[in-house]
Structure formats: structure tokens, C-alpha cells
Design a binder for this molecule. Structure first.
Ligand code: ADE
Length: 270
């Protein structure tokens, strides 16, 4: 897997605003259409990649991830988008990189324990450690080196982006936009360590687990999953979300290209 030669990276976001600019910046892009989605195949910072918008929700994300692997031959998947804060210590503008993901609306109890995906024996799906480490490093570099120039002062003031941080831990996905404090509190009660909520990541995680594909999920926090979430989400997604994604994904790909995986374990994973 040296110099990223054998890597073909699938890059998924739910919405156009979460991936804006990436396809335009691809080298040699070609658009392939399948199942009502446009798959843009080309190179991102020298890495062979396929970019696609899944649309919103777990089924849409699962369909897209499966197509990327089965039809377009991707070897790795990166999901990038926005999420709601799942913990008081996670602020708008912070970045959460998943260590594991759970489908919070999966409940086949009493047949199976709550959250467990029946017949997999799992409720929490682990992301690929090495890929996630590299994504988190790219996010840290973005915050250290690009943030001040990419996000202007007015935007920093508007969203109160003071010193955004990178967190790593649990992301929960479900087919609901969380916009009630009480709902989030309920989830916090049953999912210790929860950092972010969104609507696709854990579905991609299950598909990747079942197909043996290393994956990572990165979410920029757009809202606090409370009564103001819908307004905050729209404003954040319209104005700053795509710039976070563009710079982090580009840094991640450039790093993969220039710093080939060293150890055999890492080679297997990235
Ligand atoms: N994505 C961004 N914010 C979200 C929220 N509050 N609930 C679900 N998905 C989200």
C-alpha cells in the first residue's frame, strides 16, 4: 500500500453543503450515476477517490456505502459532515472523530439487547483506528494552520468559534434530527460517553463492518441538538461547514499520499 497507490477512498457526505468544493478540486473527475446519486471519481490530493452525496438518513447512507464498495471498488470510506453536540463539553465548531458508532434507534428488545444490531452481536461498531488517527491529525492541523485564514473574524464571532477542539469517541446515529434537550438527555442516560448525534455514520459503520472495509467518520458540530438546533444547523451548514470539510479531507489525502503507512498493521488498515 505504499504512497497510497492501492487506496481508493470513498468520501461520503449527506448534503451538498457538507462537501462543497471537493469535486471541483478533484483532478480528472468523471461522474458516474447510479441509484439516483452522482459518484464523482478522480483524485483528491493525489489519492484515487470517489465523492458522493448520500442524502439524509441511515438507509440512504447504507445504500451509498454499499454502492461505493460493490460497484465502484472503494477500499476505504470516509464520512464527513456536521453533527449535533452530544455532550456539554462539545461546542459548535468543534470536531468529533468517531472511535465507535451506535444506532440509537435500534431496539429489538426483548429479543436482543437495546441498541444491538440483531444477529451481529454488536451495538457499537469500531471505526478503523489508524484511519481515524490520521483524520483526527488532519483536523488538528486544520485548526492549527488553516482555521484563522479560512474562517473569517465575522464568522468566528457569529458562531462564537473561540478555540475549536478535536474530540474522539462515541457518535450515535438515528433517523431523527435531535432538536429537544429532553431527547438528548435521554440518549446521554443510555449511551455513556456520547459526543455527537447525526443521521448516517452508524449505518455506514455497519456496512463497512459487514463488508470488511476500513472507515472513519468525522463531524463538525453545527448545533447543540436542542430547541435551537434547526436554525443553528441551517446557518452553520450554509456558511462554514464545507470549508472545514474541504481543508480536512484535502489534508487527510495529502498526508496519505506523502506519508505512506509504515507498520504492517497500519498498511493493512490504511
Ligand atoms: N446533524 C446535525 N445536527 C443534528 C442533530 N441535532 N440531530 C441529528 N443530526 C444532526
Amino acid at each position: 500500500m505504499n504512497s497510497g497507490k492501492n487506496i481508493r477512498l470513498g468520501i461520503i457526505s449527506a448534503l451538498h453543503e457538507e462537501q462543497e468544493g471537493l469535486v471541483e478540486a478533484m483532478q480528472g473527475p468523471a461522474t458516474l450515476i447510479h441509484g439516483m446519486r452522482n459518484y464523482a471519481s478522480g483524485q483528491v490530493a493525489g489519492i484515487d477517490a470517489v465523492c458522493v452525496l448520500s442524502r439524509i438518513g441511515k438507509v440512504a447512507a447504507a445504500m451509498t456505502a454499499t454502492t461505493l464498495v460493490e460497484k465502484y471498488g472503494v477500499t476505504h470510506i470516509l464520512f464527513t459532515g456536521v453533527g449535533g453536540a452530544g455532550d456539554a463539553g462539545v461546542k459548535v465548531g468543534d470536531i468529533v472523530v468517531a472511535e465507535s458508532l451506535v444506532q440509537y434507534d435500534m431496539d429489538a428488545s426483548p429479543l436482543f439487547p437495546r441498541f444491538e444490531v440483531p444477529l451481529t452481536g454488536l451495538s457499537h461498531f469500531q471505526s478503523d483506528l489508524h484511519m481515524s488517527q490520521r483524520v483526527a491529525s488532519a483536523a488538528l492541523e486544520f485548526l492549527d494552520k488553516d482555521f484563522d485564514t479560512v474562517i473569517d473574524e465575522a464568522e468566528r464571532a457569529e458562531f462564537r468559534l473561540e478555540r475549536p477542539r478535536v474530540h474522539r469517541g462515541l457518535i450515535a446515529s438515528g433517523d431523527q434530527f435531535i432538536s429537544k434537550r429532553a431527547h438528548l438527555a435521554q440518549l446521554n442516560g443510555s449511551l455513556p460517553g456520547l459526543l455527537a448525534v447525526e443521521m448516517e455514520g452508524a449505518a455506514v459503520a455497519q456496512v463497512c463492518f459487514e463488508l470488511g472495509i476500513p472507515f472513519a467518520v468525522i463531524r463538525t458540530i453545527s448545533d447543540n441538538a436542542n430547541e435551537e438546533a434547526a436554525t443553528d444547523f441551517m446557518r452553520f451548514v450554509k456558511s462554514v461547514a464545507s470549508r472545514y470539510a474541504f481543508h480536512i479531507v484535502t489534508r487527510f489525502c495529502a498526508d496519505l499520499k506523502s506519508r505512506p503507512p509504515q507498520s504492517s498493521r497500519e498498511s493493512a488498515a490504511v
